[in-house]
Design a protein around this ligand. Structure first.
Ligand SMILES: Cc1ncc(COP(=O)(O)O)c(C=O)c1O
Length: 458
């Protein structure tokens, strides 16, 4: 997701940036007539000309239309090939259409896709998630958003408390309670741009900065917070790593106040086979995840401990079987569980993570070298197979600080420049991710292109 534009880098020659951007936009349009024709046509039948409006987020005068994607490569309808470091904003962290996944999907598609009945794959997937993340009992949804939504409902139901707490700058999918932001005066407000909030988020949500442990303690003290919902490291306002001791304190404070701790591993899964949670020995009450676990097939999941599960299912007044608000007709469908089994069992394996993590180091180092070479005061942050550069010299300590480094104009130019030279990075800020099929040459190309862009801007 996007950071607010707050303080553009004043050192930058903005006129030069604008003229380079115009040059890149022209080059983009001139060499992509088929994408442009499809964009024109789609405006007649699709809201905003795309199947989901956030596809408008890509840099360039119109969206690229996808022809094919294999492994770490994407090809557009005009025949251009790209090294894909966006990977569907993590949905394709397993790489595009890896062979074991294609095989499993084809077999399952030919043998029943959805029947509202469990399959053996579901049992396997639950066992594997338990092995990786340490929580024994799992449920499946169609998205990470739904996993978060249901985790919040469950937390409210078992604690009998009305509110949740999130960290400033968070993103957890389109979950109403999480579109809350910390205003400069310390009060909670609606996050900029939120479309049709149902109620004032201050009614449902408390917000604190990631490094504000005293604020966290004070917010939990009244005992009205059902759960803290947190990414183990923020990834949607740039990557913001927690300060040493943060997770220990978060666990202690939540436990002491009877607040459940929900960790959202949807993006931080890049930290290892069991995400940041396993890599750092964290002990959440609930863990949510989505995107990558199905290799691109829509699926999300949440895991809980035995005791919490017993408390939830032991509540006679809470209806988990029909229209109680937790569910989805296609949730847990056979196809998505076959996809999870193939993805976790054969593609995003422990060995694959070891390689991806090493390559993630090369990606981050190359990016840092390009930045150092250009002498710009930026930094790079790393989260296993993922890394990100930000337009500020030091890593931020919290979401508010990270938002100050937002520079939409610069960001879009850099994304477009890379795109025109065969490199896709996530359209939300400057995040890049590797998959099992990514090569050293692929990550080196990212660094070369960044160095070239900075050279032109200098
Ligand atoms: C941390 C985190 N959680 C949840 C989500 C929601 O995922 P989805 O849109 O697939 O439901 C996202 C999406 O970017 C995310 O970054």
């Amino acid at each position: 997701m996007t950071a607010g534009v707050v303080e553009p880098d004043t050192e930058l020659d903005r006129r030069r940036l604008a003229s380079l951007h115009a040059r890149e936009s022209e080059a983009f349009a001139a060499s992509r007539p088929r994408s442009r024709a499809l964009a024109d046509r789609s405006r007649g039948s699709l809201l905003g000309g795309v199947p989901m409006t956030w596809m408008l987020r890509w840099a360039g005068p119109h969206p690229l239309f996808l022809a094919e994607a294999h492994g770490a490569r994407v090809a557009d309808v005009d025949g251009h090939e790209y090294v894909d470091l966006c990977l569907g904003d993590t949905g394709a962290m397993a790489g595009h259409s890896p062979e074991p996944l294609v095989r499993a999907i084809a077999a399952r598609a030919a043998a029943g896709i959805t029947a509202m009945l469990p399959t053996e794959d579901a049992a396997w997937a639950g066992e594997e998630l338990a092995r990786r993340f340490g929580l024994p009992l799992w449920q499946f949804t169609l998205s990470a958003t739904d996993a978060n939504r249901f985790a919040i409902r469950l937390a409210r139901a078992v604690t009998g408390r009305p509110k949740i707490l999130v960290f400033n700058g968070c993103y957890h999918g389109t979950v109403d309670e999480t579109f809350a932001t910390l205003r400069p005066d310390g009060t909670v407000g609606v996050r900029d741009g939120n479309v049709g909030p149902p109620v004032d988020p201050a009614l449902t949500t408390k917000v604190v900065e990631l490094d504000d442990l005293a604020g966290l303690e004070a917010a939990l003290a009244p005992g009205d917070v059902a759960c803290v919902l947190a990414e183990p490291a923020l990834t949607n306002i740039g990557i913001v790593l927690p300060q040493p001791g943060f997770h220990e304190a978060l666990r202690e404070l939540t436990r002491a106040s009877g607040t459940l701790l929900v960790l959202d591993e949807t993006h931080t899964f890049s930290a290892g086979p069991g995400g940041y949670t396993a890599a750092h020995g964290l002990r959440p009450d609930v863990l949510t995840i989505g995107k990558a676990i199905g290799g691109g097939v829509p699926v999300g999941a949440f895991g809980v401990g035995e005791e919490l599960a017993a408390r939830a299912l032991g509540q006679r007044e809470a209806d988990y079987e029909d229209v109680g608000g937790v569910g989805g007709t296609l949730a847990g469908n056979a196809l998505s569980l076959a996809a999870v089994r193939a993805t976790l069992g054969e593609v995003l394996t422990d060995d694959a993570f070891a390689r991806m993590t090493e390559l993630g180091g090369r990606l981050a180092d190359g990016t840092a070298q390009a930045i150092d070479g250009a002498g710009v005061p930026w930094h790079v942050t790393r989260l296993g197979a993922r890394s990100e550069y930000r337009f500020q010299p030091e890593p931020p300590r919290n979401g508010g600080e990270s938002a100050l480094a937002g520079d939409e104009e610069l960001e879009r130019f850099l994304h477009l420049y890379a795109l025109n030279r065969g490199v896709l990075i996530t359209p939300f800020h400057n995040m890049a991710l590797v998959c099992p099929a990514t090569t050293e040459a692929d990550v080196d190309l990212h660094a070369e292109v960044l160095a070239a862009a900075l050279g032109e801007l200098a």
